[in-house]
Design a protein around this ligand. Structure first.
Ligand SMILES: [Zn+2]
Length: 456
């Protein structure tokens, strides 16, 4: 679901069944768009390399500043006078012009996020050149309101029941494509745009629907109190722990099927490269991953529904960035330039579990579910919430292996439960702020407050 200023938008996903000719055409589009993507990116990288100079590496007074090139923009790249138009004319033929424009827009967006950062100034990683296999989606920004035609199926089932309606969607330059109309489009909505993607098990279309009469869905402003709010702590052991002690256990889908995936991968590696057997096994593996992804998503929806159907109105969650958590460790080198252990192998194991949990997806699902139910989800900063005692505000330092919070005041609580209570307190504004301790005093505090592992 997207939020815009004044209208309510909704995304609906359907499976489409293009015929042989259409599959050929869609694949060709993706191939061409991928090439265009890479060309545009290359042009931007060239500009970037040519026009920058690291200030700390060479003093500015001896650096020769070359004449600045014009920065490639969305408009310059879109224009017909562009250099690639002459040389790569064949790439532009046959593809709908608006679809090409959207692909170029995508390059612009990723590149801007790379050099400027998003609204909050957070910069993302260097955009990648894509291989044809990795380029799987294109956007159709405009569709006619009557592009979808639905007719009732005249045939009956053997038991007398009705069959699913027959639907076709008309895509520009592609024509009528059969669509599995598994759920009707909600009344009052019109189709605005579409996202076509190639997945492991076929083709899908995601329709952006818009209802002009309904204002956009917004989380209401609810004043949080001790009674109507709930703190949530997410973790690797339990999926979440609520501040009242309720827990949801994690479902490690990936971990469970890891050995099966490894076996499949080994079998694939033994086959000759690019052979038919290897391709078949690759398909099998990607289907397996797709299944895992769907299982995870369903679990997230069920878990979010369970939380939202509770009596509480406000949910405080950690403002975490799972992308940052699962980042790779920096390589370490000794004086001779030899690589020394950097703890990555241990981190890789943790990363798998972090990605398996998929908190990012869960947090966006619960925000959406809560808004729909007229409740709100508030993100709070989780600093120190696992370390401070929720009863007496004492600092009890413990590393990840210590699962029980054991405080001098007598409070013995599950570590995650303690953190969930603290997260609720941060949300309510009654959590103590702690200044960063100096390094010297750290050892002293640790000694005073850390409980030896054996006593837990
Ligand atoms: Zn305490």
């Amino acid at each position: 679901m997207k939020r815009s200023k004044d209208t309510f938008k909704l995304n609906c996903q359907y499976r489409i069944v293009p015929d042989k000719q259409q599959v050929y055409q869609l694949n060709e589009w993706l191939y061409k768009l991928c090439r265009i993507h890479n060309l545009m990116l290359e042009e931007r990288f060239n500009w970037w390399e040519f026009n920058r100079n690291s200030v700390n590496a060479c003093p500015i007074f001896i650096t020769h500043l070359p004449e600045l090139k014009d920065q490639p923009t969305y408009y310059s790249q879109k224009r017909a006078t562009h250099w690639s138009r002459e040389t790569y004319k064949y790439l532009y033929e046959g593809v709908h012009s608006q679809v090409i424009q959207e692909a170029i827009k995508r390059v612009e967006d990723t590149f801007n996020r790379f050099i400027k950062g998003d609204l909050n100034g957070k910069r993302s990683g260097k955009p990648r050149f894509k291989s044809v296999r990795r380029y799987r989606t294109f956007t159709i920004p405009q569709l006619k309101p009557d592009c979808l035609s639905v007719t009732t199926n005249p045939h009956r089932r053997k038991n007398g029941g009705t069959r699913r309606d027959i639907a076709y969607i008309s895509l520009p330059k592609v024509g009528q494509v059969k669509l599995i109309y598994h759920r009707p489009i909600p009344e009052g909505f019109t189709i605005k745009a579409a996202l076509v993607s190639r997945r492991a098990d076929g083709w899908y279309i995601c329709l952006t629907l818009e209802d002009k009469s309904v204002p956009s869905l917004k989380s209401p402003e609810i004043e949080a109190t001790q009674e109507n709010s709930l703190g949530l702590d997410v973790g690797l052991e339990k999926f979440w722990t609520a501040s009242d002690g309720e827990i949801e256990l994690i479902q490690q889908h990936y971990r469970k099927s890891e050995s099966k995936l490894v076996k499949l991968a080994n079998r694939k590696d033994k086959k000759p490269h690019k052979s038919a057997q290897a391709r078949k096994l690759a398909k099998k593996i990607s289907k397996h991953h797709q299944r895992l992804q769907r299982k995870r998503k369903q679990f997230h929806y069920e878990s979010a529904t369970k939380l939202v159907s509770r009596d509480e109105q406000v949910f405080f969650v950690e403002d975490i960035k799972p992308g940052n958590l699962s980042r790779k460790n920096k390589p370490k080198q000794d004086e001779n330039g030899k690589y020394i252990p950097n703890g990555q192998s241990a981190k890789s194991g943790l990363n798998k579990s972090i990605n398996d949990a998929g908190w990012g997806q869960f947090l966006s699902i619960i925000a959406y579910k809560a808004a729909k139910a007229g409740k709100s989800v508030v993100k709070v900063k989780p600093h120190n919430t696992s370390q401070i005692c929720s009863c007496c505000n004492r600092l009890v330092e413990k590393d990840l292996s210590v699962r029980i919070h054991h405080c001098l005041c007598g409070l013995i609580l599950d570590r995650d439960w303690n953190a969930a209570i603290n997260i609720k307190r941060v949300g309510l504004g009654i959590f103590p702020t702690i200044k960063r301790r100096k390094r010297r005093s750290k050892a002293a505090t640790k000694e005073a407050y850390t409980v030896p592992l054996g006593s837990v």
